[in-house]
Ligand binder design. Structure first.
Ligand code: SF4
Length: 63
């Protein structure tokens, strides 16, 4: 029987697009319980700023 391979899923940081979660906030285990992610996503202004930055960071589409 082949040994089981352990697959790890690296959570991406929603605040830093393209980067994996580095657990930079104290006491978190990932984006799902990150207070910074919670604050940004639950504040209308911050969420809109975040969405604008994500749109600006995406490659332009020419279709
Ligand atoms: S702890 Fe929060 S802010 Fe820090 S990298 Fe992870 S998701 Fe992003």
């Amino acid at each position: 029987m082949a040994p089981m391979r352990k697959s790890l899923v690296e959570a991406k940081c929603p605040i830093r697009p393209g980067e994996k979660c580095s657990l930079c906030q104290m006491g978190v285990s990932g984006p799902h319980d990150c207070g910074l992610v919670y604050l940004v996503m639950h504040d209308d202004e911050l969420r809109e700023l975040y969405a604008e930055q994500r749109r600006a960071a995406q490659p332009s589409r020419t279709d």
